[in-house]
Write a protein that binds this ligand. Structure first.
Ligand code: NAP
Length: 242
């Protein structure tokens, strides 16, 4: 039987790269998106072209009912074996004192509450051998001063969620890990007001360049796969040395 994996935020960036990679590796894939229907349709077409089944669900991970609908749609593909908690946002880059409370709430609601709601659905439905990967950030340990300290703090919470859930779900044979990307070339930087951030940051990245979404997708695929069966509760840094 093929693995069945839910990916949140699969229409662009790291989530889309992960959807395509997992489909190529033989996973049926159910993914959510919020707004970009055209991008979601393109990813779905690539999943199906890989010879597996896919479903794209417009589901905002902030809302428990929409999260449940995403997992119900995935259930049509078979028993759930994987979750990639990926849907995330930053805020306009800037000093901490200028942070708008509405942006703060968005970051907490999507990057933390959404991850918890999805992990809860997954934990209720998964069995022995299943795995969850939370997409964290190198920001969790770097702190993102002058950019988005609140986002970094929420990503640190993602790491703690990973530690606790890994221990709670281990007796049921469910593994829980995180990846912590550094600066990856996706639309998230334009959405935070600095589309050129990956290129400007290159000089301070030890490997001398930003990462590509597929380089993170590879780490996620490994954590979900059969070579990682003794790996749980870890945060795998994919950050070019940052
Ligand atoms: P991205 O290119 O902006 O893509 C974000 C994806 O999440 C899109 O598919 C978007 O769908 C979806 N999404 C956003 N809010 C959502 C919501 N409330 N419900 C459902 N879907 C939602 O972002 P990315 O750079 O790939 O980031 C993915 C993850 O990696 C995030 O958790 C981010 O914090 C983390 N990360 C990124 C970097 C980086 O440098 N790129 C570094 C470290 C960590 P729509 O387009 O339909 O809105």
């Amino acid at each position: 039987m093929k693995p069945v994996t839910v990916i949140t935020g699969g229409s662009r960036g790291i989530g889309a790269a992960t959807a395509r990679r997992l489909a190529t590796a033989g996973h049926h894939v159910a993914f959510s998106y919020r707004r970009d229907r055209t991008a979601a349709a393109a990813v779905l077409a690539d999943i199906e072209a890989a010879g597996v089944r896919g479903v794209a669900v417009p589901a905002d991970t902030r809302h428990p009912g929409q999260v449940a609908a995403l997992f119900d749609a995935a259930a049509d593909l078979g028993p759930l074996t994987g979750l990639v908690n990926n849907a995330g946002v930053t805020s306009p880059i800037g000093p901490f004192v200028d942070l708008d409370p509405a942006d703060l709430r968005d970051v907490v609601d999507i990057n933390l509450v959404g991850y918890v709601l999805c992990a809860q659905q997954a934990a209720r439905r998964m069995g022995d051998g299943a795995a969850i990967v939370n997409v964290s950030s190198a920001a969790a340990t770097l702190g993102s001063p002058g950019e988005y300290v609140h986002y970094a703090a929420v990503k640190a919470a993602t790491d703690t969620l990973t530690t606790g859930l890994a221990k709670e779900l281990a007796p049921r044979g469910i593994r829980v890990n995180a990846v912590a990307p550094g600066i990856i070339r996706t639309d998230i930087h334009a959405l935070s007001g600095q589309p050129d951030r990956p290129d400007r940051a290159a000089a301070r990245i030890p490997l001398g360049r930003p990462g590509e979404p597929d380089e993170v997708a590879g780490a996620i695929a490994w954590l979900l796969g059969p070579d990682a069966t003794y790996t749980t509760g870890t945060v795998l840094r994919v950050a070019g040395g940052l």
